[in-house]
Design a binder for this molecule. Structure first.
Ligand SMILES: C[S@@+](CC[C@H](N)C(=O)[O-])C[C@H]1O[C@@H](n2cnc3c(N)ncnc32)[C@H](O)[C@@H]1O
Length: 293
């Protein structure tokens, strides 16, 4: 280890105090390698690498034989996803994302109903429920692990307006029930994304708004060169998002389904006026604001 650290010192990657045999990273690395860095913390995201490496041989087998690798093969996925979402939502959900959606802050202040599709560990819903006590919030997910985590946080925060339902959203049948719907990174890995988008449109009241937050990418490969981390996102796509969808005999869109396909599918599901934005606290995603026609 010492030899390796000495090599890093010579390369200028770590600093070294030989008198005390102490090595440390330059202080400015804290801006991208600590929890204090919030959504910029690359150390948190890099934990995905060993998770993905763990299924490499399964992915190779699927390339030869077909099929996909299911969520159960990624033991820490929900935990890592929850940590990442917590950092991103704490940094920007209430201050940047809510004000960006026309009428959302005003409606939630007065009292409205919002559904979060593929809610994961529920932090977005819980933050919204705490900030807007006059409104009702429901998170849907088909993983028992995350629904339990979401309910635990809601109960620890004493929330009475946040509910979490174990539900396959491809089977969601709740016509005209919500004023708003959100989906944070939860459409591209669906087995049946077109059906899910149609179910979301049906669940909204006429004129309702859907905020779909999904990976920033283009269907035109050359445009992805402009997008930060596109090679990493292709890797996550290939070794997680696409394959979990294929494991359920799904479409396998993956993270890089692209803005063009996303806008087309939102239109086909019955949404109009799709506005696509970016938010500085969430470098990986595009924000699609879509109104039910
Ligand atoms: C990438 S995670 C995002 C979770 C959460 N929205 C977040 O931002 O932390 C995708 C989530 O969608 C859920 N999911 C995928 N397919 C689903 C389905 N058909 N019905 C319900 N939940 C689904 C997964 O269990 C997972 O929690």
């Amino acid at each position: 280890v010492r030899e390796w650290l000495n090599g890093l010192t010579v390369a200028g990657i770590v600093e070294h105090d030989p008198t005390h045999a102490t090595y440390w990273l330059p202080a400015e690395h804290a801006a991208s390698l600590t929890e204090a860095a919030g959504p910029e913390n690359l150390a948190r995201m890099m934990q995905l690498i060993p998770l993905l490496a763990g299924v490499e041989q399964d992915i190779v087998r699927c390339f030869r034989d077909g099929g996909g690798v299911g969520y159960e093969a990624f033991p820490r996925f929900h935990e890592l996803m929850a940590a990442d979402s917590r950092a991103v939502h704490d940094a920007g959900l209430l201050d940047l994302v809510v004000p960006m959606v026309p009428g959302l802050h005003e409606s939630l202040t007065a009292g409205a109903r919002l559904a979060d599709i593929g809610c994961g560990s529920g932090h977005a819903i819980n933050l919204l429920a705490r900030a807007y006590p006059a409104s009702g919030f429901v998170g849907y997910d088909f993983s028992e692990e995350v629904v339990t985590a979401a309910r635990t946080e809601a109960s620890e925060w004493g929330l009475t307006n946040a509910e979490f339902v174990l539900q396959d959203v491809a089977e969601l049948q709740l016509p005209d029930s919500f004023d708003f719907a959100t989906a944070f990174d939860a459409i591209h890995d669906q087995a049946h994304p077109a059906r899910v988008l149609a179910n979301i449109a049906a669940a909204l009241k006429p004129g309702g708004t859907f905020l779909m937050v999904d990976i920033q990418a283009s269907s035109h490969v050359e445009q992805n060169a402009e997008i930060p981390w596109s090679a990493f996102l292709y890797t996550v796509s290939l070794m997680h998002c696409m394959t979990v969808s294929l494991s359920l005999d799904g479409d396998g869109l993956g993270t890089v389904w692209g803005r063009e396909t996303a806008v087309r599918m939102l239109g086909e599901a019955g949404f109009s006026e799709v506005d696509v934005r970016n938010v500085e606290t969430d470098p990986f995603n595009s924000f699609y604001i879509a109104r039910k026609a």
